[in-house]
Design a binder for this molecule. Sequence first.
Ligand SMILES: Cc1ncc(COP(=O)(O)O)c(C=O)c1O
Length: 400
Amino acid sequence: MNSILSDRILNMEESATLAMAKKARELKSQGIDIIGLSLGEPDFKTPKHIQEAAKAAIDEEKYFSYPPVAGYQDLREAIAKKLREENNISEAKAENIVVSTGAKHSIANTFMCLINEGDEVVIFSPYWVSYAEIIKLAGGVPVLIEGTLENNFKATASQLEAALTDKTKAIIYSSPCNPTGSVFSQAELEAIAEVVKKRENLVVIADEIYELINYTGKNFSIASLPGMFERTITVNGFSKGYAMTGWRVGYICAPLAIAKAVEKIQGQFTSGGTGIAQRAALAGIAGDQQSSKDMADAYFKRRGIVLELLQDIPGIKTHIPEGAFYFFPDVTAFFGKSAQGHTVKDADDLCLYLLDIANVSLVTGAAFGAPNCVRLSYAASEEELVEALKRIKKALGELA
Ligand SMILES: Cc1ncc(COP(=O)(O)O)c(C=O)c1O
């Protein structure tokens, strides 16, 4: 019998990060002491003033009905103001903002609005797992351009130029990047913008969800460059910088026609994002930013700890990430080696080996378009990180 399920879903990959986290949870529930470094999730609590705003919104009893599809006006205004003042996106107005149920939803909405069957989307690889699946779901064709370890995994403007065809509709990158933590500099984004501006009907989707976890001290939004506002969909949200993954609030800032299209599709699929969560998000974006800065400082400290421990493991090759909370080391030195009934052919095997023997969960780089690497999230306590790295070093040392 043919499957009752659509080709659309049968052709879709499961999220590798969520799959690894599920496996780790199963082992944990059997009483095994697993240290989970696979999920891209802050280990901090949502700041108190944001929690309080949500409680106050419930008590006000004003936010229980369907919110406006594109988000509450005051939240959209606060987002636009932030983008003008902090990201130098001077054209950003409330009408350009659409608030959705997380940045993942914003990205899905955007591709659904942009892509016709067969349109190509250039993805800067290594890339966040969901981009390619969402693009395919929308009927598009992902085209990868690959950054090398030597260039901090950042693909270049000339690689982009070479990848463009008559069918290219959009390009997408994240900066700071998941999975590599790399950050595009202003000069690199200017070069990318020059390539984009040579084409008609080509837009950039700039995923800036890790904006607040950036150790370079310089955030740069491509939409702030001359002529780029009309060609850029800036994606951002509250999950990472405000430790609000479970609240599910993300947004886009887009040229009006695209913002309207996203609002239209959201109106048919999900309606506006959860009212109480939007009130919490407003307190986050309009309130004191110190808690976000404190979290970024804590990630920075952990990055230093993990870097030192990783550099002490023979065979591991890593760059120094400039943002987000990930390391993305090259682990090819371990391919072809064996220990304790495991043979490590590739990064997938290495992750399974480390889960089984070191009881540490990482994610294979294959899920991010880089099969020679693994992703390690350092959104975990310093104690956990030190213990995890000790176990990883021991387990890797046993491979021969
Ligand atoms: C690069 C990137 N973009 C978007 C998202 C989605 O974030 P949200 O929780 O707002 O849906 C994530 C989450 O892991 C991410 O890493």
